[in-house]
Ligand binder design. Structure first.
Ligand code: CU
Length: 134
């Protein structure tokens, strides 16, 4: 009975996955030419919000990244403008299934050469299909 209860708990937690998607905040610029934090882990379905703390910046996915975006005052192709900007912008991307188990490298187009880069390591939420109950 106790084992059943913990299995049920695990299933309920897994089923709640999509509703538990969280938003990760990455600060852009401010005191330095950096993303803070620069490397994060996220699940498919999570969102990542980039917030410009100051400076002339944007954020763009690296060539070949499993999720393509270019954002500042909104995102290109999504009603916004990803051109480098010193406005107090923020922009949110959603980690899609296409990026599952991948690493999404990103950079600021103005300061990539100065090391203003980062990455999002993506993992999948628990797959219910993988559970077996005896
Ligand atoms: Cu920059």
């Amino acid at each position: 009975m106790r084992k059943s209860t913990s299995l049920l708990t695990a299933i309920l937690l897994a089923a709640a996955g999509p509703a538990c998607a969280i938003d990760h905040t990455i600060h852009v610029g401010g005191a330095g030419l950096v993303f803070t934090p620069s490397n994060i882990e996220a699940l498919v379905g999570d969102t990542v919000t980039f917030v410009n703390d100051g400076g002339f910046h944007n954020v763009a996915s690296d060539a070949g990244a499993p999720l393509a975006f270019r954002c500042a005052n909104g995102c290109d192709g999504n009603g916004g403008n990803g051109d480098i900007s010193n406005a107090a912008w923020s922009a949110t991307i959603t980690i899609s299934q296409a990026a599952a188990h991948g690493s999404i490298g990103f950079h600021c187009e103005a300061h990539q050469a100065s090391g203003m880069v980062g990455s999002i390591s993506v993992t999948n939420p628990v797959d219910l299909q993988s559970f077996s109950i005896d």
